[in-house]
Structures are given as C-alpha cells and as structure tokens.
Design a binder for this molecule. Structure first.
Ligand SMILES: [Zn+2]
Length: 83
C-alpha cells in the first residue's frame, strides 16, 4: 500500500470486483483468447490449442488486469463522510 497525503491506494477488493482478469495473445498472429476472471488456466489451454492448430505460433503474451482504488486515509475528511 502506497500512502500519499491523506489518500491511500490499494487493491480494489470490494464485492464483485475480480481479483484479476486474464487474457492471452499469440505474438505471431495477434489472435487473442477470451478474457476470464480469476483463473488463468483457460488461457493456457487456449495457447496450447492455438499452437496445436498453428505449429509455428509458439510465443504468447499473458495480459493480467487488476483493479485498484484510492480511499481516504486517516484524517481525510472524506473518511468521516463515507463511514
Ligand atoms: Zn497465432
């Protein structure tokens, strides 16, 4: 957690926010898997299947999105308003 003035930045762990969204891209043809929440294994399967169909496409980029949120810190007047 990084602190700056009276605001704090941290992972957004509110209900319904995914921990991460994963998607993988072929570096040869730029074809992309579907995106999926919280589990990277479908992307690994997609990459193996993609190489199975295109034996020369062997390099992939796994993209991971995570969500962050700034909340009022101790002494920030917004902390009183929201609690
Ligand atoms: Zn490809």
């Amino acid at each position: 957690m990084h602190a700056y003035a009276e605001w704090r930045l941290g992972a957004d762990n509110r209900e319904g926010v995914p921990v991460a969204i994963f998607q993988i891209m072929c570096m040869t043809c730029h074809d992309m898997s579907a995106a999926a929440d919280n589990d990277g294994s479908p992307q690994q399967t997609w990459a193996l299947d993609h190489t199975g169909s295109n034996p020369h496409h062997r390099g992939f980029k796994l993209m991971t999105e995570t969500y962050w949120r700034v909340e009022p810190g101790r002494g920030n007047p917004y902390q009183e308003v929201e609690s």
